[in-house]
Every structure is written in structure tokens, then in C-alpha cells.
Ligand binder design. Sequence first.
Ligand SMILES: OC[C@H]1O[C@H](O[C@H]2O[C@H](CO)[C@@H](O)[C@H](O)[C@H]2O)[C@H](O)[C@@H](O)[C@@H]1O
Length: 570
Amino acid sequence: MESKSDLSQIYCYGELLHTVQMAHLFADSKTFVDRKLKNTPAETIANFQTFMAAKNNSPTQDEIREFVENNFDDLGKEFVPWEPTDWVEHPAFIDNINDPDLKQWGVDLNAIWKDLGRKMIDDVHANPHFYSIIPVDNPVIVPGGRFIEFYYWDSYWIIRGLLYSQMTHTARGMLENFMSIVRRFGFIPNGGRIYYAQRSQPPLLAAMIKSYVEFTKDTQFAVQSLEVLEHEFEYWMNNHTVQAKGYNVCAYGGISPGPRPESYREDIETSKAFVTDAEKEEHYAELKAAAESGMDFSSRWFINDKGEQTGDLTHLKTRSIVPVELNAILHWNAKIIAEFYRLAGNNSKAEEYENKAAKILEAIEAVHWNEEAGVWLDYDLINNKSRNYFVPTNLAPLWTMSYNLNDTEKISKSVLKYIEKLELDKYPGGVPNTLYRTGEQWDFPNVWPPMQYLLIKGLENLGTQESKELSVKWGHRWVKSNFQAYSETRAMFEKYDAERFGGHGGGGEYDVQKGFGWSNGVIIEFLDKYGRNITLPGNGGNDGGKLKMWSVIGITAIAVIAVVVGRLLI
Ligand SMILES: OC[C@H]1O[C@H](O[C@H]2O[C@H](CO)[C@@H](O)[C@H](O)[C@H]2O)[C@H](O)[C@@H](O)[C@@H]1O
């Protein structure tokens, strides 16, 4: 019987991985670690040792390519084409859209679920040691592009989109997969590959299950999920807790040595700035912690010698930054678990989790709330100070309702003042992830769908007149700007551009990806919410940045042609 560690020696660390990834055979380093084995792991490792000995341990790039072709299969061998069985042509959200072009777009987006569905072949279950994919029983919806497996936090917005598309069976299957993964791994890996299994992503399983229960009213499922949700919550508390200002709070942090297998060469490259092996290992750990945050990479995680956020990847100090949203999400988890225990009739457990939630809330107020900035801020454990830099997650407690509701008016005033001061409303393509341009994908000017959602939903939850107005304004703008991009390219992107209405994002270590799971999920939910009230300029609406500009140009052109034709006729 093959052991997991044999497979890890190929896909996660070791000489074979090092030799192949450093040979730069593929434009995208992820390609290699996604390929299936042709032989057992033990045979593959033996073949590699024989190969290296025959080449005096210095094979050429072509020889390494030949070794890979002989020992690894093509990409995507683990899946069969799969059309979700619960897919419906005309889900109810389409009826909530008035504008004919947006309605057609809604139909198109609903159809994209069929392209993003993946079902594993039986052989993955029979012979898991031939694959880097983590076997799961039910089909999944993937983000798209290079991301051909599930991603943990992406699935929150995907599952909500599925629920709005009436695909409750597919959503339920994905949730059951996650529950089985927690039982097997103790937590949910970053994504559905063994090379992701040493780190997680923002823990949104409880929120996914709550969404499912709200849509289906299946409270029994909520109760059944409790053991797993408690287990995941404890995993975060036991493995990610740090101390800040005398409070227990959580921070991101991976637990494995070495570079990220899927970006191995890239990580070796940045590690060259460090001299000792110990320093290099610290750097790899910071890179993986940033990947665990889902924001890989961003100046959000830089701390330079002056304690500031300017710098580059060598300044990553992710593990020393206490992130607002992680603690807000964990507070949300504790509240959801308490609520589910009430449903189960277990009041003492419900109280236990209400107390845990209260403790986290206390820590969020003490560590993250910053009276001067008027918002929540990340906390720097090296310099013992708040990090007063904009990230949408500074408003995460509004999304997770992690504040004292008696303070609503005060918080609303100060948050709106913060938004005004930073001029966050001025960007035609949405609110950027940071205000600092580094070329990293989670920095200016990139705008990310989950973060627009967090802001829009957070302002809506806050519930004051002003916050709700801004929420609707940003919600409408997000729909129109995504639509503009879609009408120009027929594609949905993983990230967009704050500076260009309808522009897509870029930067980082891989090309911008299309598909795209969370983008579609967010828009489907927003079409359901705002669809009755948005009319595109070409269809009689009276706003919308570039769309308006094109309408004006179009009308002017028609007028000029009419005048010219008129003159010619005279
Ligand atoms: O291969 C580089 C990184 O790719 C992933 O991160 C990005 O895509 C994910 C899927 O949409 C998304 O969850 C994440 O927020 C993005 O930054 C992967 O999750 C990383 O671990 C990986 O290093």
C-alpha cells in the first residue's frame, strides 16, 4: 500500500519536485503539480533516482522534460465532463431583472455553472495515490482558468451563487465534501490538492452552511454540521492564536517547510534575497501565510524596517500581522455555532459558544478598533501598533456584524467619514484592495469581487440611511462595471480594475483568470437584489460611467449623420 508521504515526496517537497520546478518547463508552475502519475509514487521516485544517476545528477532541461513526459500524464485526467443535475435554465433570480441586456447576462452567467462543474473519475477514489487531487465524493464548482479544483474561501461566494440559481443539490454536495475533508484533515485546505494541505484559507464553512440553511430551511443539516464546525473552530483557535495587547487573537500562518509547491521556482527566486537557510525558511512561511489569507500577495502583509507597508515580497511579515477579517470571521463562526446549538436544543453548548463569541468581540474592539482612524485596523505585532492602511477588510466587522449594535450610529458616522477621507468612492471600477501600487495582484488598482461584496454587504448590514445608500450605489456600480467588461470580452474575470469602468485586473505571478466562480456568484446575488432597479443607459437608464459616454457618442454620431444626410438631400 502506498503511503501519503510517498505522494508528498513528489507533489509537496523533495528532489524530484525541486529538479522539475527549477527546470522551468511550464509557463505556470502549477501545471506540473497538477499532473497525474503514470506509475505508483514509489516507482516514480525510483525512476527519478535512476534518471538522476544516469545523468550524473545534472540533467539538461530537455532531459527533465522527457522524464516528466514519461512519468506524468496530461493535465485534467482526474475529471470527467459533468453537467450539474440540478441546473435549471431559468432560475427565479432572472425574473427579478428588468433590463433586457442584464437579463440576458443573468441567463449567460447561470449557464457558466455548467462549464465550471467538475466530477472526479472513479479511478481517483480507487487509486488516489496517482493524483495530487484530494478525492471528494460530490462534484464541485471550481473558480475556472488555472484553478481546476475547489478553493476554500471562493466556495462561499460560489455556493451563494448556486443557491440563488436554485442549485441546492450541488451546493449541498460541496458542503458535504468540506465536512468530509474536515473529518479527514482536521481543517479545510487552501484548495483541493495535497500540495495545499498544509494551510487553509479564511474559514467560511460555517457561513456557507448558514447560507444553505437560510435558503433551504433545512435546520437538521445545521444540527448535523455542528461536530465538524466545532472541530474547525477549535483547529483555528489551537493553531493560529497569538497575543496582542494581552488578548488572544488569530493570525494566518502555514505549518510546512519549503517553498509553495505550486509556485516553487517563484518562491526560490524571492528567497535569494536571504542568506541563511533559516531566513529562507522564514520567508517561505510568510509566503504561505499570505496564501492562507487568500490575499497573495499584497503590501497589506509588508512590514519594512520603519514598520511601514512599503516594500516588496521580501518584506512579508504576514504571521506578525493580526488581520481584522480573520477575527471577525471567527466571531461569526462562534455565533453561528451557538445559533445551531440552540436549534439542536443544546442550550449549555449554545451558551459556551455565545461566551466564546463575546470574548472574540472584546478582543476585536480592543485590538482592531481604532478610534482615531474611525475604523478597524490590522495590528502589527512587531512594532506593537495599528496599521493605518486601507484594505476593504478594515470594514469586515460590518459584514460579520462583529460590533456592539448599540454603537451603530457612531460607527456609521465614523466609517462613512473614513470612506470620504480616503476618497474610496472615486474609483469608476470599484474600491481597490489597497491604495498602494506594487504590481502584486492584491494591491492597487485591482478590485476583487469578494471584497466588493464584503463592503457592499457590510454597509447594508450597518443599516443607517447613509450606509444603505452607499451600499446600493456601490452595488449598482459593481453590476454595471462587470457587465461592461462582459459585453466587451464575453468573459467574467477573477479580479477587476478600480481605475477603469469595465476593466479587468492584472499583476501578480500568473495571468488574470477567466471563469470565474466568485465573480459570477457575487453578480448573480446582486442581480437578484438590484435587478429590478438597474436600467442600462442604452435601455433608458440615466447613469453608468463609460456606458453613458458611449450612449452620448452614439446619439451625437446619429445626429451628425442626420444633419449631413439632411444637407445632402437639400
Ligand atoms: O498559485 C498562486 C496562488 O493561487 C491561488 O490564489 C489565488 O486564487 C485563489 C482561487 O481563486 C484565491 O482563493 C486566492 O485568493 C488568490 O490569491 C491559491 O489560493 C494560492 O494558495 C496560490 O499560492
